[in-house]
Structures are given as C-alpha cells and as structure tokens.
Ligand binder design. Sequence first.
Ligand SMILES: [Ca+2]
Ligand SMILES: [Ca+2]
Ligand SMILES: [Ca+2]
Length: 485
Amino acid sequence: MRKFYTIILILFLTLSTFNEKMNVYATSTETNNIYVSTNDELEDAVNNAVPGDTIIVADGSYEAFKIKNKIGTEDAPITITAENTLGATFDEGQLHFYECEYIVFKGFGIYTDSEIKIEGSNHIRLTNNHIRLNEEDTDSLKWIRIYGENSGYNQIDHNIFDEKTKLGNFITIDGTNEDDHGSCVSSQYDVIEYNYFYNIGPRADNEMEAIRVGWSEMSESSGYTTIQYNLFEECDGDPEIISIKTCDNIVRYNTFRSCQGVVSLRHGNRNEVYGNFFFGEGKEGTGGIRVYGSDHKIYNNYMEGLTGSGYSAPIILDGGDVDTSGALNKHFRVYRAEVVNNTIVNCDYGIEIGTNYSYAPSDCIIANNLIVNSENEAIAEYNEPVNMTYEGNIVSGSGDIITFSSITDDEIKFVEEVELELSNDGLYRLKQDSVSIDSSVGNYSYVTIDMDGQSRSLADVGADEFSSDDIVIYPLTSSDVGIDN
Ligand SMILES: [Ca+2]
Ligand SMILES: [Ca+2]
Ligand SMILES: [Ca+2]
C-alpha cells in the first residue's frame, strides 16, 4: 500500500513540475505568450507564429537567423522580445527580415558580424535594442539596411548604436534593385526616432555616414523618411552625418553634439530640415546643413559653437557642378531653397553661398536668420547667386557680411549690441530688448512654432521666439533617447 502511495506521489510531483514547465515554456492560448530559451525553440516559435503572438526570449546567447514571410497585422503584430532587456543577445549569424510585415523586435543586444537586413518588408519595428555589430574581421559593414520591393513604414526607435570604426552606416535606407538603374525607387515612410547614435570614427572620405537615405540612382524618387528626436554624438566618420539622397524627407528635432560633419541634402528635392540643435562644442570641422537640389526648406535650427566652413559651414547653399540635369551622382544646382528663422551663435562662420562648384544657387530666400558673434563671415557669397532674396536677417555682435550686390538694412541688418544671452537652460536666447523681437518679415506659413515648440506671434528673428509658454522641444541628452526612454 505504501508503495502505491509513493508511486502516486511521484507521479503527481512529476506532473506538476511538467505543468509548471508547460506554463512557462509553451504556448498559452489565453495570452499568446510563448517562452523560449534555446535557439531551436526560438526558431520554431518564430516559424509557427501567428498574429498577436509574443515570443519571449530567456537570457542567453543566440544565433540570428532569417525570418521569412512572417505576417502580423496592425492590431496584432508578432512580437519577439527579450525577457529582460539586453539579457538575450545575438552574437553570431545574420538577422534578416525577408518579406515580413508587422513584426516588433525588442530589447536585444545585437552583436553579430553581419548586416541586419530588412528586405522587402514593411512595418518592421526594431526598438529598445543595443546594436554594436562586430567589425573585427571586415573593412566595411552596414549595420541595418532597409531595402527591396514594397519596403516601407519600418520603424527604428529607442535603440543605441555605438562604437563604429569601419566604413558603412549605422542605418542605410535603400530601395529596389540597385542594378536596375533609372527605375529604382526608395523605401518609403520609414521612421528613425529616439535613437542614440554614438561614436563613429576615425574620419573617412565617404561611406561612413551615421545614416544614409537613398543613393544617387534613386534620387528622383520620394523617400518620405522621417528622422526625428535622435541624438547624434561624436559621429565623425564622414563629412556627412546624415546623407539624404532622395526626395521629400524630413529631418527634425534631432540633436547633434560634437559631430564633425553636416546634415547633407546631397541628392533629391523638397527635403525639410527644421528644429534641430547643433552643438559643435568648439571641435574642429563641426558643421550644420549643406544643400544641393531644388525646393528645400531649412528653418528653426539652432547652431552653436560650430567651427566648420566650406563643406562643413553651419548652413551652406553650395554651388552645383550640373544645373537641372546631368549624371545623377553630380551635385545639382540649388534652386528655390528657403533658409528661414535659424539661429547661429558663437560659430566661426555662418551662412555660405556657392562655395564649391560653378553653378551658383538660384531663386533662393534667406530670411529672418539671426547670426550672433561669428568669428569670421556671418554671411558670405563665394559665387554670385541668381535672383537671391534676403530679408529680415540680423547679424549681431561680430561677423562680416560679404555679398556681390549691395545690401540694405531690410535685407541684412547689423546690430552691434549682442542680441542673445546665455539662459539658465544653457541655450543662448533673446533678451527682453533684443531688436530681433517681433522683427520677422515676409510670409513663411510653415514657421508656426519656434525651436522650443512655442507658438509664434509676430515672429521674432532667429529660431527662438521670446515666450514664457512651456518648452516642449529641447536639446536631447543620452537620458532622453535609447533604451527605455
Ligand atoms: Ca558621404
Ligand atoms: Ca514675437
Ligand atoms: Ca522660445
């Protein structure tokens, strides 16, 4: 009899342990949570996943693999998440999303030595990951590449990208087949936000931008990419921190600290760069925004302590080496750029026009910019622009103004008194009696708020509106971006 009870007891204990394990490591239909702790379990769970599943990956080291044709839905994405943020890592293999939709990939350390591919996929979200690919055995590695047919609406947010020492970008947005010249088109509506991009170097001539959007052969197609609320720090690899090479993209509300380069509108038209903060911190070669092509808008940017000139000036409407047509990898002449309500303070230089190449900018507007305490030229034309409009600009403190035609005070006014003072939040802001207050002219309907996100009434010159309203946009630090921020 005792033997019988012992057997029952053992059976019971075995079953209850098994049950516990089942609850922890197998599908629960109620929650759709699937716990995995080995590579085989992970791959099986991914291969069998249905919309709404959440695959929870236990701490440990895993091999990355190709995720093929997995389709979630907008309301019920397939989520693959680390059980503990950065507790699960991918240390070898290749992460490759191929023809997937609505997948969330969250909380991993990704340390493989192969490009992360998001190919022919849409609505893939990479969030809360630490991405530091292993570049030991290569001369060039793109870390994330988004491309292929029907690529778009992917989201890269709240990740940390750091310590890149070889050629290639942190993020490359491409499109359809690169060999199919003339008809290749960009991935569209991808969003890159709240990431921390830290430390790329040493300096290379090219191919080491933090982010590249498009390339010359697809430069006539529209990307509709949004790059916003990211922090770029010590991104020194390429003269272009961000290289935009398609049309209709937005770069806004980002912070650039101590980066040797510029946001470059290298190819494409109708791009907008606004509400960004650039801090050069006196480092050599730090710049702002460089422009080629047609119909770009540059406004509400705040630039402080930049030292660059030429290709790396705070703002440069450069010359072109072709006019409106030519080989797609040329520098297209600048037409109809609008540079409005930017603040440039304590920089070595200011706004430059036509510095390089022979076709000078045409039909551009430079209006309501405030340039304070420039060490050298505050505004300088190096090649005579065609039909340039200046209005409402103020140069204050120091800074030379060099133009081919004579300039009136209504176009660029020199104010000896320094228009800005250091505020408690570390930014140089207008004083109560600054000439800039309420002095903007012209009608730039897109300038509805200032660099702080405060509404504009009788717009002040420069990026800052003198206002006591709440500040909702501000320079980002590492605690505002990256994992769990
Ligand atoms: Ca470049
Ligand atoms: Ca005002
Ligand atoms: Ca303000």
